[in-house]
Design a protein around this ligand. Structure first.
Ligand SMILES: *Cc1c(COP(=O)(O)O)cnc(C)c1O
Length: 473
């Protein structure tokens, strides 16, 4: 399986060759040159598989440059029940992503049982093991540089801690993350993890990362890499749980299922699109946004108008506070019939800060099953309250956005599966506001704020971060 760029001007490469990088050299995103197809017989064989075997059945069709035994070993070491220990309730001991029935045809797919209590662990943990394998094989090392306002950074650090050949330099705005999120990251004492608390806001951190990455000589010398949401290795990992969720709520492959996805960078729902393209009988993919509703606008009007970071709202579902959905280009590539010249034309406008209008493709959008909606703070609070009183289940703010929009698209006899993207313990203040009391915290995370913290405070100074990397890598 070769991977091609959405912009059509980069050579086709193998999985291992695109794993460590972000964008293709032509500025596009990588996608498989064609989607492997699962037949009805394949789906039947996959239906009863455990998470690891299912992951292997899917990933082995998309990755053919890692020997099957090695790929199986990487997957087996990643998806272990003891790594995904924050489960509300396991139906069986091997459940990685348990399904929770709320009522007939309405389910929560629990994806947030990993070490950082968000769905990002499912992909990032696999990426960590892929990185270690590929780097060792090629005798290489990498320095991962990233900026975070919370979820991505912690998932990356927990995935990369102790991995040979990898150092992580993670910039975050000093004193702007919640105490819990700060403690999650800063309490890591591993030698290869460096937390940099920047005197500034998240955008300052991101600007510093960009400035370092734009210095080609520095980037090459220190082998600067990224694990941001455009990484294909993350998308590929996320495809698996759509299959798992589908099988959990159906009895046969004639049935269709809809998925509602709390969305920011469009990575998670893009994986749903890939699953659908590989033959999973998905009815609707419900894109749920918060007040930052650029994607909702697009799916309703056919006009994509990203907003600058200055026009991004800070909301109580902060991991969806994104006004330019980096993975969206992958879906649009398929939508325009894989016409890379068209993608280049559309993104020439986006990259200049503009918009594009592809209203004429609205009928095709429906064929791909995409629908959308948005949610605001009041909706979120209400959904958290109602879910608690109706079902006795406490959900987090992002999942609440997903559920709110899911309810607008329910259809008789079609199960609606809402992806649970974080556990409520991660967003205590918002839950306390909704329910009058903080959610229960897993025992092993109680008092995490009191642990010794390792971090370096830095001004928004590009030379300082470069010096730091040079000294510690
Ligand atoms: C990252 C994140 C999202 C958004 O996912 P995308 O793949 O960027 O669309 C939603 N909810 C939570 C809790 C997240 O951490």
């Amino acid at each position: 399986m070769k991977y091609i760029s959405t912009r059509g001007q980069s050579p086709a490469l193998d999985f291992s060759e695109i794993l460590l990088g972000g964008l293709a050299p032509d500025g596009g995103l990588y996608l498989p040159e064609s989607y492997p197809q699962f037949t009805d017989a394949d789906l039947s064989a996959m239906r009863s598989m455990n998470y690891r075997d299912l992951a292997f059945a899917i990933l082995s069709r998309l990755i053919d440059d890692i020997p099957a035994v090695d790929l199986k070993a990487i997957i087996d070491k990643t998806y272990r029940a003891d790594v995904y220990s924050f489960v509300r309730k396991r139906q069986n001991a091997e459940d990685i992503t348990p399904i929770l029935k709320l009522e007939d045809n309405l389910y929560l797919l629990n994806l947030s049982n990993g070490p950082t209590l968000a769905f990002k662990d499912l992909a990032m943990q696999l990426l960590g093991n892929f990185f270690e394998y590929v780097l060792a094989k090629n005798g290489e090392t990498t320095n991962i540089l990233g900026a975070t306002s919370g979820d991505t950074g912690s998932a990356a650090e927990y995935a990369m801690r102790g991995k040979k050949g990898v150092c992580v330099f993670m910039l975050s705005p000093h004193k702007k993350m919640s105490r819990f999120q700060t403690a999650q990251m800063f309490s890591l004492q591993d030698d290869n993890i460096f937390n940099i608390a920047v005197n500034g806001v998240f955008d300052d951190c991101q600007d510093m990362v960009k400035a370092v990455s734009n210095d080609a000589a520095f980037k090459a010398k220190y082998k600067i890499g990224a694990v941001n949401s455009i990484n294909w290795g993350r998308i590929v990992a996320q495809v698996v749980y759509y299959f798992k969720g589908y099988f959990a709520v159906t009895q046969n492959n004639m049935q269709k299922v809809s998925f509602a996805v709390p969305s920011g960078n469009f990575g998670n729902v893009c994986a749903g699109h890939v699953a659908r393209m590989m033959g999973l009988p998905i009815d609707k993919l419900v894109v749920a946004t918060n007040e930052n509703d650029v994607l909702d606008d697009f799916f309703k009007t056919g006009v994509y108008r990203p907003r600058g970071s200055a026009n991004t709202y800070h909301t109580s579902s902060p991991s969806m506070d994104i006004s330019k959905a980096s993975n969206f280009e992958r879906f649009v590539f398929d939508l325009v019939g894989r016409d890379s010249a068209k993608v280049r034309e559309l993104w020439a406008s986006v990259d200049k800060g503009g918009a594009f209008d592809i209203k004429y493709l609205m009928p095709k959008l429906a064929e791909y099953g995409f629908v959308s909606g948005s949610s605001n703070h009041a909706n979120r609070m209400q959904t958290i309250c109602e879910t608690n009183s109706k079902y006795g289940v406490v959900i987090d703010t992002h999942t609440a956005d997903g559920l709110k929009v899911a309810l607008e698209y329910r259809e008789e006899n079609i199960p609606m599966v809402v992806l649970e993207t974080a556990l409520p313990a991660k967003f205590e203040d918002a839950i306390a506001e909704a329910l009058g009391q903080a959610p229960e915290r897993p025992t092993s995370l109680k008092g995490i704020e009191d642990l010794l913290q390792k971090f370096t405070v830095m001004d928004t100074d590009v030379t300082a971060i470069k010096d730091f990397i040079a000294k510690h890598s």
